[in-house]
Design a protein around this ligand. Structure first.
Ligand code: ZN
Length: 477
């Protein structure tokens, strides 16, 4: 049982995750394209997203459909009637003086997803709400934010559709927060609602407090590792203040990714400061009659796919989890497993290939599935050793090339049993002392002799055959 009661010293974390719907063809309330990432600043704008007087918003249906998809995937209840509100505040990134968002009556409430808890076991993290809002413009600061001499404003981002996913304060450690984000990112990737490689595609605000203490909010963290690091920093900062008897101020803090610190931006606004009121230019929205269609259009989600992999392919729970952790990786596995024994495929993809990719900071698209199939076919035909197979994978990642060519160039074809037998005979002749030790039951001596044979065969002998032949010759166990 995992404890749910909060105890002194407990860390309490809630997240607000902003997901940019950057795959849509237009922004939330106008026809401008949200695909501005390679564009010159201030070229994807119109009177609506520049907030010019009299411009009227027209709701993007695609954004609503995406929001419902996300809400369903997060096991939320979709509200019958949803409203848009004006969230009033004055800032350079918001030319209208208000952001169109949702307040009471968000599109969905009361969801949950499961994550691996820090103390082991599964933990259910409740989702308080999912709502739709528009992205403000982007400010570009010269140098660190607190001493920047000027800021530039790019309105290309202004009005891009965002989904905000708000959790209950159920997360108990920075690691758990990161795990939650991984699970969420995985679901969003499967739903194909955003391209996470684009700058600003996923941004997190984290609320954090020590049990019974005052809460601070760290704004606009834009990487998964950043979330964990910002939270770790904030916990240490708060604990130090408590230890010294200093009161923690309720405030909004900024995370400086380069320096790994959080800094105070402003005292935290209260909700009433925003003067929320219903947006008079948009009618209330009902999506009930669309929910069933949208539910049917949902793709297979990570959890379901993981279970199917275990059942259909007989692979381990762990391998299924690794292989479904990215949509493209899961597709890669299924392509390979359609030609090669799935358990062998899973082992080589999840344990070997994934490790080599991670080591090089590469994604699965760096490795064609047909090459994996060829390598495993050759391996299965016992023509190369496992060690050589790893070498082929590394070579492809580092320099490219076809498996068959690499095997030929590097002379990786496994040596014949007769050649191994010759090397075994030589090793025995050259090392009488080790032979004697081996016959006396010293295991190290057998390992030594195996090493000698591998050396003579340039590491291309099958270790099982070497072992077998040595034992036969020496009649030792
Ligand atoms: Zn526009």
């Amino acid at each position: 049982m995992l404890k749910s009661r909060k105890e002194p010293g407990d860390v309490i974390i809630g997240l607000e995750v902003h997901v940019q719907l950057n795959k849509l063809n237009s922004k939330l309330f106008c026809g401008c394209s949200p695909k501005y990432h390679d564009a010159e600043p201030n070229t994807h704008t119109c009177p609506v997203c520049l907030g010019l007087p009299g411009a009227l918003p027209v709701l993007n249906e695609g954004a609503v459909v995406d929001a419902v998809k996300v809400a369903l995937a997060l096991n939320c209840k979709i509200e019958e009637r949803t409203l848009f509100y004006r969230k009033n505040y004055y800032y350079l990134d918001l030319p209208k003086g208000f952001q169109i968002s949702q307040y009471d009556y968000p599109i969905a409430i009361d969801g949950k997803i499961s994550v691996n808890g820090t103390g082991g076991g599964e933990r259910h993290i409740r989702i308080r709400r999912v709502h739709i809002e528009e992205d403000p413009a982007r400010l570009v600061h010269k140098g660190p934010i607190e001493c920047s001499r000027y800021s530039l404003i790019d309105y290309n981002r202004s009005g891009v559709a965002l989904i905000e996913v708000v959790t209950e304060p159920d997360l108990r450690s920075p690691k758990e927060a990161r795990e939650f984000l991984n699970v969420l990112r995985n679901i969003l990737e499967y739903l194909d609602v955003f391209d996470e490689s684009l700058e600003g595609a996923l941004r997190v605000d984290a609320n954090i407090s020590l049990a019974g203490g005052t809460r601070t909010e760290v704004k606009n963290i834009s990487s998964y590792r950043g979330v964990e690091k910002a939270l770790l920093f904030e916990i240490v900062r708060q604990k130090n203040l408590v230890r010294r008897g200093i009161k923690i101020t309720q405030e909004t803090r900024h995370y400086d990714e380069k320096r790994g610190v959080t800094i105070s931006l402003r005292t935290k606004e209260e909700e009433q400061d925003y003067r929320y009121f219903p947006e008079p230019d948009l009618v209330p929205l009902g999506v009930c009659n669309r929910i069933d269609d949208i539910r049917e259009s949902l793709p297979e989600l990570p959890d379901t796919k993981r279970q199917r992999f275990v059942q259909q392919y007989g692979i381990s729970e762990y391998h299924a989890k690794v292989l479904t952790s990215e949509l493209r990786l899961s597709n890669f596995f299924e392509t390979v497993a359609s030609e090669i024994d799935p358990i062998l495929s899973a082992t080589w993809i999840a344990d070997v290939l994934k490790g080599e990719l991670n080591y090089r900071g590469l994604g699965i698209s760096a490795f064609p599935p047909k090459h994996m199939i060829q390598i495993l076919q050759i391996l299965r035909g016992k023509n190369i050793t496992e060690k050589s197979a790893v070498q082929v994978i590394r070579t492809i990642l580092d320099r490219g090339g076809e498996p068959a060519d690499i095997i030929k160039q590097k002379g990786l074809i496994k040596v014949e049993e007769s050649t191994i037998a010759k090397a075994v005979a030589e090793a025995i002749k050259e090392n009488p002392a080790a032979v004697q030790d081996c016959r006396n039951g010293k295991n190290e001596a057998l390992h030594f002799l195996m090493g000698q044979v591998m050396k003579k065969t340039h590491g291309r002998a099958d270790p099982n055959i070497v072992n077998k032949l040595l034992k036969e010759k020496l009649q030792c166990t």
